[in-house]
Write a protein that binds this ligand. Sequence first.
Ligand SMILES: [Fe+2]
Length: 228
Amino acid sequence: MNTNRHNSFNQIHKGLRAQLYDTALKIQQTDMSQVEAAAPVIEQIEEVLFLFESHAHGEDHYFNEPLEKTNPEVASLFEKEHVEDHRLADVLSSLIASYKEAATTDARAEKGKHLFYAFNEFIAFNLYHMNKEEIELNAALWDRYTDSEIKSIEQTLVQSIPPQKMMKYAKWMIRGINNKELIHWLEEVRAFAPAPVFEMLIVIAETELPTDRYQLIARALKYEVKAA
Ligand SMILES: [Fe+2]
């Protein structure tokens, strides 16, 4: 992998992986036979499906479809993987529906186990898939575009995401990236996006990060940390 080139997927994929890992651990720690304990986990799995689905659409529309003419093999490889990804998401959606219909403790435990295994399949597929995009799809994009062209496609993609949904992605990206990446991202947002966007991300960072880490980020940005 050419680390000098712009990896358009790095940050969003780290966010999505953080969401997968966190959700997987929560499923493992939850007694799925209990409706109240399971409810927030089910909701989190639904959020995973929501964010992965629209992420795949964005990649298809902005990256794979434009590659169809110049690099049809790579474009169709990743479009097909998104079809498989969608199938795995459908399996999860129907397992969630049957979990919600389960009326006894035993039935919920049983459905919960199916859901856990299906979620693991979803993770396994997506971990391979995202690696492959960062290696093979990036190679095709780097071949065809300059870094500034890739950044401008990325910008168009990001701007197409409604603010409410963007905040959900942002939460996981903030949780999933390292300090250097977070500082760089926030600097770019502060320089190029409307001020409220930066303020909103700062609030999410303050909420999501441990205090010492948040303070380190705020100091690096010369952003005034409010006294506790
Ligand atoms: Fe993808």
